[in-house]
Design a protein. Structure first.
Length: 86
C-alpha cells in the first residue's frame, strides 16, 4: 500500500523518474549523480517556494553545463514527510 501511495504522490507532482527519500540530501545527491555527467558539481542557486518545492541549479564538473533539479516535499500515507527530486 505504501508503494502505491508514493507512486501516486510522485505522479501528482510530475516526477515519474524521481528519487524519493525521507532525507532531502539523499534524494538530491542521487538525482545529481544521474543528471550530471561529471563531478564535482557546484551549487549555483536554490529557490524555496511556499508549497515545499525546491528548485536547484547546479554546474556539473569543470564545464559550464547546467542542470536544474526540482525537489518536492511529499506527505506519505504513513504520515511521514518524504522528498522527491528529479
Amino acid at each position: 500500500m505504501k508503494k502505491v501511495v508514493f507512486i501516486a504522490a510522485i505522479l501528482a507532482v510530475g516526477q515519474a523518474n524521481a528519487f524519493v527519500s525521507p532525507n532531502l540530501n539523499v534524494a538530491f545527491l542521487e538525482t545529481v549523480k544521474v543528471r550530471c555527467d561529471a563531478f564535482p558539481f557546484h551549487l549555483l542557486s536554490n529557490i524555496h517556494s511556499d508549497d515545499g518545492r525546491i528548485t536547484v541549479v547546479v554546474s556539473c564538473g569543470t564545464s559550464s553545463e547546467l542542470r536544474t533539479i526540482i525537489c518536492n516535499k511529499i506527505k506519505g500515507g504513513d504520515g511521514e514527510t518524504y522528498y522527491s527530486c528529479d
